[in-house]
Design a binder for this molecule. Structure first.
Ligand code: URA
Length: 212
């Protein structure tokens, strides 16, 4: 059996510093939103690090030169609603030409199983590299369901980006989707009985939108 795609823990000091601030329970909604935005920009660098480049000829004010540009690949950010949208604007600042798809899933509070309520992708998914955005990789059930559904559209590649992951969620993703690399800023200790990541940061959607 081939080993699963790697888990990249983004340990850049700026990301780690901002994540620490983000975890604090007394942080305001606006500060939470701003920090998540900043972290998502920084994580965009990591998740796009191995994008292939090609050399083109350009002319500086002084002379002609060969210089690299990203190959004509197309990216689609796939937002897992609703917390995934907190990751989107920062990513789009770094990759402004990307398209955006949305997957709406909610967790059944009793079974913790993911139920789909919305799905909208660009038409040309088979020409695109997909980057799935879901800040909390908890049980992994919604992540697995989102990627299952996404694979039906046959994107060229899939990467999964979270902010905080639980070991259980990482295992679940690697069992079901060993071909999908995971990028995260932290792998926390465990899940609690309600499926929350501990120590975690609470409900990312509620903190992002101020709904609690
Ligand atoms: N979703 C969240 O927002 N937080 C968790 O800890 C787990 C799932």
């Amino acid at each position: 059996m081939t080993s699963p795609a790697p888990v990249h823990v983004v340990d850049h000091p700026l990301v780690q510093h901002k994540l620490t601030l983000l975890r604090k329970k007394d942080l305001s909604t606006s500060s939470f939103r701003r920090l998540l935005h900043e972290i998502s920009m920084l994580m965009a660098y990591e998740v796009t690090r191995d994008m292939p480049t090609q050399m083109i000829e350009i002319e500086t004010p002084l002379e002609k030169m060969q210089s690299p540009v990203i190959e004509g690949r197309k990216t689609v950010f796939v937002v897992v609603m609703r917390a995934g949208s907190g990751f989107l604007d920062g990513m789009l600042e770094v990759v402004p030409g990307a398209r955006v798809g949305h997957i709406g899933l909610y967790r059944d509070p009793k079974t913790l199983v993911a139920v789909e309520y919305y799905f909208k992708m660009p038409h040309d998914m088979d020409e695109r590299d997909a980057i799935v955005l879901d800040p909390m990789l908890a049980t992994g059930n919604s992540a697995v369901a989102a990627v299952d559904r996404l694979k039906e559209t046959r994107p060229k590649s899939i990467r999964f980006v979270s902010l905080v992951a639980a070991p259980e969620g990482v295992d679940n993703m690697q069992r079901h989707h060993p071909d999908v690399p995971i990028f995260t800023a932290a792998i926390d200790r465990e899940l609690n009985d309600h499926g929350y990541i501990v120590p975690g940061l609470g409900d990312a959607g509620d903190r992002l939108f101020g709904t609690k």
